[in-house]
Design a protein around this ligand. Structure first.
Ligand SMILES: *Cc1c(COP(=O)(O)O)cnc(C)c1O
Length: 437
């Protein structure tokens, strides 16, 4: 424990104490509280490029990237300019604007299978609404999700796998009625056979399967080709919709997200994070005949006072434009991701710490595991205590890694080769501390 006299974070400590009086656990979203790693969460004052700066004036290389949106790094000049221009014209009207069309055109161009879409204010709203549409379209009740998949905090999605062979979901949060959780079935990720069995038993009642096309919320887990094939074939055969949740992966793993990268065919797509360029935006979309079920045209109700907010639309459109204006941005992120993954594997091996580094493009997780991580069950065997020690070793050396073993680190275009090498140097020292006592 640091004594108050040489505490290098007095301001964060004080702000956290005050915040705990105001917010449950001192935060407005749980993972920010450092609960999984312990210690005082650093309060961020500002950010610039690849760095965030805390309330005590310390600088960190940022591998959180606001949990996904900041693919260009912080304070990209074109994004800032777009927000400033929108700001000067009024912040919210509750009426349609041309700006919504401008972002929508950019989305549809990158995701041709989503002919029509609806903007929301968060990824949670997008997935929740897409599933309502799927139920409206099919007249069916059940939803299938995968263990370890996170799709926001709607009741029917805060559901974990039941025990043993039972696939019926159980609530993973207090306040979710068992009756609601029972409408969600849970299957293991990357297991085409289990999905087939589940559909053999319940297929005629399934409205939709919702999936992270690359899992990011159990840590990064890449889908197998067989799993992706089974998703499409099984849902199509049983008349269920395939809802691909690209909230994390959209516009990140390729221009057209994981759908483009893996050639996935979806009935509904959900977006969030990058689509808002750091402002609150979500969206869901699909074919015309499915999306036209949404109100006011159709009977599936969904609305939002601030949906399509002009500042948020401007930030999203400017972000997508800035990505296109940077030749080779995705190839650069890909190379950076591989360089970081290789460096971390080598650093861990040198220190004699067994890790599995799962990396897809600019998403990466260092699992403190001996064996391959392919689903939630294998992920959950991680040594979370070693992760916590490593995390704090990184933080002390000025690297802000996501404060949980089961999250993705996000690279941004602001993280160049030199910074990655600095990061690997810090990681080497931090790995050495994991084994040493
Ligand atoms: C972050 C996330 C969500 C939820 O988005 P919010 O904007 O936090 O509500 C949904 N699905 C996936 C895959 C996510 O990563």
């Amino acid at each position: 424990m640091t004594s108050p006299a040489n505490d290098p974070h007095p301001r964060s400590r004080e702000l956290f104490a005050r915040s705990r009086e105001r917010f449950p656990g001192g935060v407005n979203s749980p993972v920010r509280a450092f609960g999984a790693v312990g210690g005082t969460p650093r309060f961020v004052r500002r950010a610039e490029g690849a760095y965030v700066y805390d309330a005590d004036g310390h600088r960190y290389l940022d591998l959180v990237g606001s949990w996904g949106p900041m693919i260009l790094g912080h304070r990209h000049p074109a994004v800032e300019r777009a927000i400033a221009e929108a700001l000067a014209m009024g912040t919210s009207f509750g009426a349609p604007t041309e700006r919504e069309l401008e972002l929508a055109d950019r989305v549809v161009e990158r995701y041709p299978l989503a002919e029509r879409l609806r903007f929301t204010n968060s990824g949670t709203e997008a997935t929740m609404s897409a599933l309502r549409v799927a139920r409206g379209a099919t007249g069916r009740r059940l939803i299938v999700k995968f263990a370890g998949g996170y799709h926001g905090h709607a009741d029917g999605l805060l559901v974990a796998a039941g025990s043993g062979a039972v696939t019926t979901g159980v609530p993973s949060s207090a306040g979710v009625p068992a009756e609601v959780a029972a409408l969600t079935l849970v299957a293991p990720y990357n297991d085409a056979q289990a999905l087939g069995q589940l559909f053999a038993a319940h297929g005629d009642d399934v409205a939709a399967v919702i999936v992270e096309p690359v899992a990011g919320n159990m840590g990064v887990v890449e889908p197998t080709p067989a799993f992706l094939r089974a998703l499409r074939e099984t849902t199509a055969r049983h008349g269920a919709l395939l809802v691909v949740d690209e909230v994390m992966t959209g516009f990140r793993l390729a221009r057209g997200g994981a759908i483009e990268r893996y050639g996935i065919d979806a009935d509904l797509v959900c977006w969030g994070k990058v689509i808002g360029g750091g402002l609150p935006v979500g969206a869901y979309g699909g074919r015309v005949e499915v999306m036209d079920l949404v109100s006011p045209l159709g009977r599936v109700y969904q609305a939002g006072t601030l949906s399509g907010n002009p500042l948020a639309m401007a930030a999203g459109a400017a972000t997508l434009d800035a990505i296109d204006a940077t030749p080779g941005l995705y190839a650069g992120l890909e190379a950076a991701g591989e360089r970081l993954a290789d460096g971390l594997r080598q650093a861990a091996a040198d220190a004699g710490v067994p890790v599995v580094v799962n990396q897809v493009g600019s998403m990466l997780t260092v699992f403190f595991n001996k064996d391959a991580v392919i689903d939630m069950e294998s992920a959950s065997r991680a040594d979370t205590e070693s992760f916590a020690r490593w995390f704090h070793g990184m933080l002390r050396r000025g690297v802000w890694w996501p404060p949980s073993q089961f999250e993705a680190a996000f690279l941004s275009a602001a993280l160049d080769e030199n910074l990655i090498d600095e990061l690997v140097t810090a990681a080497t020292a931090a790995f050495a501390e994991v084994t040493g006592d």
